[in-house]
Design a protein around this ligand. Structure first.
Ligand code: SF4
Ligand code: SF4
Length: 276
């Protein structure tokens, strides 16, 4: 059973919700926000294993290349071009699809592995933890997210997605059984929530909503949920204590009051997932 946690925008407290819920619900916590993973700051797992993630990238044997340009024509990502009188590879644009290798009639292309990041695995108490880390300046996050998802495809897991609704989010939520959307009660929060709702509906993924930093403006989100028939799973209230616990890098559930809130949230989620 995979549950994805996503938010239409950054800064809604998605990772706070995901990490605290993961500890209560157990199984795996998987940080798929590979450009900026920070769930491990709060979970503090003992990292027992790390592995590099790489993608195959073409290399050209210029002694065999006849400059037919078939590889350039077949590449859908503009990762190959002609400069002067030779084929050049723009490695960071390459998706490792292998089409150029197949297209080359002269056997002038072979592949080498190019590291794009890594996956760390560890344990925080009973919770198993994985995080993907994309190398600085590297645009190709997809293969790390794919490998993370593959590692937990048969497991109970909470997937912490990137903020927004980019293709990295689509990769992280695809195959999930349920999605938890996190928003804050602001006009920007509502605007980006609508985009996230559109996304999960397009993917036909059952979902519910958590309002974080709830306050007197909750009504604008609740009205939207009622109009759109979206299930409100719970509200984390706006509270100075949250900021204090967060700034120390701790989990909110270390506070008894918040533990109760998250236990109730987890129960709501188990219930709706059972029924969906
Ligand atoms: S492997 Fe695919 S993406 Fe990379 S250069 Fe070849 S055709 Fe383009
Ligand atoms: S397809 Fe092969 S032979 Fe043709 S330009 Fe590309 S590398 Fe050279």
């Amino acid at each position: 059973m995979q549950i994805s946690v996503l938010s239409g925008k950054g800064g809604t407290g998605k990772t706070t919700i995901a990490t605290n819920l993961a500890v209560i619900m157990g199984g795996y916590y998987v940080d798929c926000d590979v450009e900026e993973p920070n769930g491990f700051i709060f979970l503090k797992p003992n990292i027992s294993k790390s592995k590099d993630v790489s993608i195959p990238t073409p290399q050209i044997d210029y002694t065999k290349c006849t400059l037919c340009k078939k590889c350039v024509q077949v590449c859908q990502f503009n990762a190959l071009g002609i400069a002067g009188n030779q084929v050049v590879v723009f490695e960071k644009l390459c998706h490792g699809c292998g089409a150029c290798l197949l297209a080359c009639p002269d056997g002038a292309i072979s592949e080498k592995e190019r590291a794009i990041g890594k996956i760390d695995a560890g344990q925080s108490g009973e919770l198993k933890c994985l995080q993907g880390v994309l190398n600085v300046g590297e645009p190709m996050a997809g293969p790390i997210i794919r490998d993370l998802k593959e590692m937990v495809k048969e497991e109970s897991s909470l997937i912490d997605c990137s903020p927004g609704s980019s293709c990295n989010v689509v990769k992280a939520i695809s195959g999930a059984h349920y999605a938890i959307l996190v928003t804050e009660p602001t006009a920007f929060g509502l605007h980006d929530l609508k985009i996230a709702v559109e996304l999960v509906r397009k993917l036909k993924l059952p979902f519910g909503l958590i309002i974080n930093r709830g306050n007197d403006d909750n009504r604008m989100i609740i009205d939207y949920c009622e109009k759109e028939k979206i299930r409100l799973l719970g509200v984390i209230p706006f509270d100075r204590r949250v900021a204090e616990i967060y700034s120390r890098g701790n989990l909110l559930i270390e506070d008894e009051h918040y533990r109760e809130i998250f236990e109730e949230l987890a129960e709501n989620i188990r219930e709706v997932v059972r029924c969906s």
